[in-house]
Design a protein around this ligand. Structure first.
Ligand SMILES: Cc1cc2nc3c(=O)[nH]c(=O)nc-3n(C[C@H](O)[C@H](O)[C@H](O)COP(=O)(O)O)c2cc1C
Length: 190
């Protein structure tokens, strides 16, 4: 799959096969994240791999899924992610651009995972204090968000916007994600 195909095919995945991911794979996705652009090249982002079944189960309790469809679209037993990567920032080496760095790094991570056929869900709705406690993060490390990972057990699709931007499940049970068209996002060419 080339980069263009990966960008078009990428969808957030919230139902996963239970085949585990290796530590080597998860490290590779972090390696892709660390190469992303960073304001002033400060590189404030840090990562924690969550892969032991016990920790993965505990993390599941601290995250929220698919706000527009909750709780119906929550991953059920047997569909849950097999790993998480917690994305953190080092407050001793951060800038006002940390959120922008975060976006660039996470997109790299997601696309690298896709190259292995691995699906991801970027999760900002995480109980940060409890997750930081679970991961025993030191004081100067801020938990920003978590990425849920696993082999996809669903194939959500992009659709054009008819009513609004809320994703929905169609009659076939497929998650449909409305996206703005090129005409809607391109203001003008000058
Ligand atoms: C910053 C950010 C935070 C998100 N937080 C959550 C979340 O907490 N839970 C969740 O299920 N999805 C979350 N998502 C996934 C979005 O719902 C998803 O990207 C959006 O519906 C578009 O779908 P797509 O990724 O398939 O294009 C988040 C995405 C981003 C970029």
């Amino acid at each position: 799959m080339n980069i263009s195909e990966a960008i078009k095919k990428r969808r957030t995945i919230r139902k996963f096969k239970q085949t585990p991911l290796s530590t080597k794979q998860l490290s590779k996705y972090i390696d892709a994240a660390r190469l992303a652009p960073s304001a002033a090249n400060l590189q404030p982002l840090r990562y924690v791999i969550v892969e032991s079944p016990d920790m993965v189960a505990k993390m599941f309790e601290l995250v929220k899924w698919a706000g527009y469809l909750a709780p119906d679209y929550n991953p059920k037993e047997g569909e849950r992610p097999t790993a998480y990567i917690a994305v953190c920032s080092d407050t001793s080496n951060s800038s006002k651009w940390v959120d922008v760095d975060l976006g660039a790094a996470i997109e790299n991570l997601i696309l690298e995972a896709m190259a292995d056929g691995v699906g991801t869900c970027w999760i900002a709705s995480v109980n940060r204090p409890e997750a930081a406690k679970l991961l025993a993060l030191p004081e100067h490390i801020n938990l920003q968000c978590v990425i849920a990972l696993g082999y996809p057990a669903e194939e959500p699709k992009e659709v054009s916007i008819t009513e609004d931007i809320k994703y929905y499940v169609d009659e076939a049970g497929t998650l449909c994600v409305p996206k703005c068209s090129l005409d809607e996002v391109l203001i003008k060419t000058v």
